[in-house]
Design a binder for this molecule. Structure first.
Ligand SMILES: Cc1ncc(COP(=O)(O)O)c(C=O)c1O
Length: 376
């Protein structure tokens, strides 16, 4: 019998997930949050970020994160505009003193290393690499003043436990862009946990947030006092001073702040980080168990301990074209399951952030089975 064309295949409505957004950022935004934004809009959107209405939202975010991550005494929540990419530049000016070590195991972790390598005032960083689908281990060295780890490498779906390298004296800077809010973390194991809210915090992009330990705050203040020229937009001391007043140095996107605060409070009310991480565990268990049992799908990351519970990467047998699967899913409103483009694999990448209902992940696997049967 002739194979149906991808453009002809239909997925029965009863198989479809209730919400079809599975992207890895921007990712699913809860409908309730959008409804509340619309209700708050007349007194909120279009008002000054220097006045109590908006500063109160920034305050809710800063205090909410302190409780969500159970931050030890002295840790501070700093924020600014520009997203995590901008924070790499901020860190190059205001956190790394001279020499950093980077674990590079995918697109994003490699980009921070490249940013530092290009900075003329810093020495060439030490870059420890490992093949896609794995992560390297940091190595304590006397001359390293900052260790750059990535809690979850969004491009490959590899997650690592965040731990200070034994006997390391340098700061531990953790890119938590896609991990923060969905993976468990112990803040005493790190000095800076930075992220943007378009993933687990189900908001829009354009903002960076950095949870800073007292040692990180001290580093920011010391570098600033030393007088190295820093563009004001990238100056962490300016960001710190503004954050303490519940504001950002320049105008933030008010929608981003509102949706961020709403998602954070939704997670806090549901049980906090442990609840959110358990929900991601459930989604991940559904996805990986399905792939392991499937005759044509398999988890890309071999070591179960390194498989991310927020970004699942699933390789498909060459007989089932992952691009065609994603295309048919997209035609049915199930979007952003495409693999990270530069990885170049016959793969699906599934966002399983806290806003995603594990039942929707189960429904997605049934849709993929339906398509694989017809496309193979
Ligand atoms: C791990 C990681 N780091 C950094 C970034 C860059 O974040 P932004 O787009 O907010 O600059 C991303 C974006 O997906 C990411 O996943």
């Amino acid at each position: 019998m002739a194979q149906p064309l991808a453009s002809e295949i239909q997925i029965p409505a009863q198989l479809l997930p209730r919400d079809g957004r599975f992207g890895c950022g921007p990712s699913r935004v809860r409908e309730d949050a959008v409804v509340r934004l619309a209700a708050a809009a007349p007194g909120y959107l279009g008002t000054s970020h220097r006045q109590p209405g908006v500063r109160a939202v920034v305050g809710r975010i800063r205090h909410g994160l302190t409780s969500f991550f159970s931050l030890p005494e002295g840790y501070e929540v700093v924020l600014g505009n520009g997203g995590s990419t901008c924070f790499w530049d901020c860190a190059s000016f205001g956190l790394i003193e001279r020499h950093s070590q980077h674990l590079a195991f995918g697109e994003f972790s490699s980009r921070f290393a490249a940013t530092v390598k290009a900075a003329p005032h810093l020495s060439d960083p030490e870059v420890i690499e490992s093949p896609p689908g794995t992560h390297p281990i940091p190595v304590a060295r006397e001359d390293v003043d900052a260790y750059a780890l990535t809690h979850n490498e969004t491009s490959t779906g590899v997650a690592m436990d965040v731990r200070r390298p034994a006997d390391a004296s340098g700061l531990v800077l953790v890119d938590a862009t896609s991990a923060a809010g969905g993976l468990r973390v112990d803040p005493s194991e790190l000095d800076v946990y930075y992220f943007a809210p378009q993933k687990c915090f189900a908001s829009d992009g354009g903002l960076w947030v950095a949870v800073c330990s007292p040692a990180a705050v001290e580093r920011i203040e010391r570098i600033s006092a030393a007088g190295l020229w820093t563009p004001a937009f990238l100056d962490l001391k300016i960001a710190l001073d503004n954050s303490r007043l519940d504001q950002t140095y320049n105008t933030p996107a008010l929608t981003t702040l509102f949706l961020f605060a709403d998602q954070l409070e939704w997670m806090l009310a549901s049980g906090g980080l442990e609840w959110a991480a358990s929900r991601c565990d459930r989604s991940a268990m559904i996805l990986y168990r399905w792939a392991e049992a499937s005759p044509y799908a398999s988890p890309f990351v071999d070591d179960p301990a390194q498989r991310s519970h927020v970004v699942g990467t699933i390789d498909l047998d060459p007989a089932v074209d992952a691009g065609a699967v994603s295309k048919v899913l997209r035609r049915h409103g199930v979007v952003d399951t495409e693999a990270y483009r530069k990885l170049g694999r016959n793969q699906l990448r599934i966002g399983m952030f806290p806003a995603v209902d594990p039942e929707d992940v189960a429904a997605l696997t049934r849709c993929i089975d339906h398509l694989a049967e017809r496309l193979a």
